[in-house]
Design a protein. Structure first.
Length: 117
């Protein structure tokens, strides 16, 4: 089965780190991903930019709406993800607990499934 680990971090947290601190945390996450890849469990991994350049798009009543970030009401943002394959729920949770980001963010574990489920 496939699971996604969403890294949910406080908005603005990245700005509190020095560049050296940010690079070290990023290197830890890269090593974590490389380990998962070597085990054959990693399908994809990406880090996401801050919400500053993000855009939210919705269509209601046939009319498109666009809201440019950053989003003042947001207290958290998705900072990245790991897409795992060939693991069950318990293993995905165990991997999330080992994820370095769990020290400064929340790692949300979600199964992949059709949207009607």
């Amino acid at each position: 089965m496939s699971y996604m680990l969403l890294i949910v971090e406080p908005t603005g947290q990245r700005a509190t780190r020095t560049e050296a601190e940010g690079r070290e945390l990023y290197a830890r996450m890269q090593r974590f991903g490389e380990d998962l890849k070597a085990q054959g469990k990693l399908k994809a991994v990406e880090s996401l930019a801050s919400q500053t350049g993000a855009v939210r798009v919705s269509t209601r009543g046939g009319k498109a709406q666009q809201l440019d970030g950053p989003f003042a009401e947001a207290k958290e943002m998705v900072g990245g993800f790991f897409l795992l394959d060939g693991v069950d729920r318990e293993e995905a949770i165990a991997i999330a607990q080992r994820c370095p980001a769990a020290e400064w963010a929340t790692v949300e574990v979600r199964a992949l499934a059709p949207c009607f489920m």
